[in-house]
Design a protein around this ligand. Structure first.
Ligand SMILES: Cc1cc2nc3c(=O)[nH]c(=O)nc-3n(C[C@H](O)[C@H](O)[C@H](O)COP(=O)(O)OP(=O)(O)OC[C@H]3O[C@@H](n4cnc5c(N)ncnc54)[C@H](O)[C@@H]3O)c2cc1C
Length: 411
């Protein structure tokens, strides 16, 4: 048995690292253990890391907004003189084809939570982003229906929306935790959860050593079900590791800077990558969130040819002057989708001394700063700078499913 900690966090992805940092900030002894060789080998490394705030639920809007504030002021948030990751606030535009009245209602909902939000008309889209078509006519991807472009009535715009380097942000939180006395260890796989009677008392690692702890937190991303099962936690939520694909292609400087786009009318999202020299294109449809993976260590890491072709065709429709040239690449990673309401479960698991922070679906990156804060506030009772005011119970394991307009990344 090695020396113990107040808390052992299993997983040092963006969620485990955020929790560890927030605990260390409050002088709570924390050891995070991760089976990977280094940061962000799980879902976090594949993340598109888009930080936007329009969700169905006001609490989720606010949690996303806290994430944006923290990442947008990364040095002050982490206490590090310099951070690797920064929030690139390129703005985010939501293209749904909805009426102006509906978009204005959405903007008002965001403004009520403190988020900067505007309703753009079609001519505003053209003025701000000349390369972007303002079409709102749904695109039939079968090719059976002729498409005639029709300008949308209105578009929701979040000027503060942005993205950050996910691996850098993960590394920053690890460094921040270590700077406050937290211990983050890689090549340390948890193979068992230790108990005395009904109470969890620590973890056993693959190298045969053990770490004792008053509390063990499962932040194992898509591997969470394995750990919950070892710990005897009977989680009634359906958390599925799910393969998610993204495609990259070059972006010509001559077309100007792109915002982040959530292009619901074509079923895609896009954002700049590599300081604007590339564009990443992904999916916003529930149909593209169905490929459940049995073993998170073993799945196809590159996108399928038909996915690539369809998403690029949709992107070309959105950017009509884009020439079809340049090398196309891509990656696939895993969402851990909570099939009941696409929101995470966070807090006590029902097993004494064992908590969960699982099921982040498509929005764990942006929520991570707030999740660390929620968990650390619940453990310490202490509220400090950058903390969220949403209590941990909002995502409790015992809650009823949260009402969402759609069970996808757009929830
Ligand atoms: C393609 C893609 C695009 C995405 N885009 C966005 C986006 O635009 N915006 C957004 O907010 N979110 C996005 N997400 C979601 C977000 O990235 C995830 O919700 C988030 O990264 C989950 O972080 P995590 O720490 O829970 O999981 P992970 O990053 O997977 O970390 C879990 C860690 O646990 C470790 N581990 C597992 N089992 C054990 C064990 N037994 N012992 C020790 N260590 C263990 C693993 O090695 C891993 O490092 C995206 C995800 C993907 C895949």
């Amino acid at each position: 048995m090695t020396a113990g900690a107040d808390v052992v966090v299993v997983g040092a992805g963006i969620i485990g690292s955020s929790i560890s940092y927030q605990l260390a900030r409050r002088r709570i002894g924390v050891i995070a253990v991760d089976k990977g060789e280094g940061p962000a080998e799980g879902s976090t490394g594949a993340s598109s890391s888009i930080c936007r705030c329009r969700y169905t639920n006001p609490e989720v809007v606010r949690l996303a907004f806290y994430g944006q504030k923290a990442l947008g002021d990364s040095s002050r948030f982490t206490g590090l003189a310099e951070t690797i990751a920064h929030l690139h606030r390129v703005g985010e535009i939501l293209m749904t084809g909805e009426t102006r009245e509906k978009v204005e209602r959405d903007a008002a909902r965001l403004l009520a939570q403190g988020v900067d939000a505007e309703t753009l008309g079609p001519e505003d889209v053209t003025r701000l982003f000349p390369a972007v078509s303002n079409c709102a006519e749904p695109l039939d991807m079968s090719g059976d229906v002729d498409h005639v472009c029709r300008p949308g009535e209105a578009f929701l715009y979040e000027p503060g929306g942005g993205y950050a380097d996910p691996v850098g942000a993960n590394q920053d939180l690890i460094e921040a935790a270590r700077a406050r006395g937290g211990d983050v260890r890689f090549k340390s796989q948890v193979v068992d959860v230790l108990r005395e009677g009904e109470r969890v008392t620590g973890v056993k690692l693959a190298d045969g050593t053990s770490i004792s702890a008053g509390l063990v937190i499962n932040a194992a991303g898509p591997w969470c079900n394995v750990l919950n099962s070892i710990a005897g936690a009977d989680i009634r939520w359906t958390l599925t590791p799910t393969r998610i694909q993204t495609v990259y292609r070059p972006w010509p400087e001559s077309l100007g800077q792109l915002p982040i786009g959530l292009d619901v009318t074509t079923g895609t999202y896009f954002r700049p990558e590599s300081a604007g020299q590339q564009i990443m294109v992904g999916s916003v449809t529930a149909e593209d969130e169905q490929e459940i993976i049995a073993d998170p260590d073993n799945f196809k890491r590159v996108p399928d040819a038909d996915f690539t072709q369809l998403k690029l065709a949709a992107f070309h429709h959105r950017i009509p002057s884009l020439e079809p040239r340049g090398q196309v690449t891509g990656i696939a990673g895993l969402y851990t989708i909570n099939r009941e309401d696409v929101h995470p479960i966070v807090g006590p698991s029902g097993v004494d001394g064992f908590w969960v922070a699982n099921g982040f679906s498509g929005h764990g990156f942006k929520l991570a700063p707030a999740i660390g804060s929620m968990v650390a506030q619940a453990i310490s009772g202490e509220r400090i700078e950058f903390d969220t005011d949403i209590p941990i119970d909002f995502f409790s394991v015992d809650r009823e499913p949260i009402d969402v307009s759609v069970k996808s990344v757009l929830a």
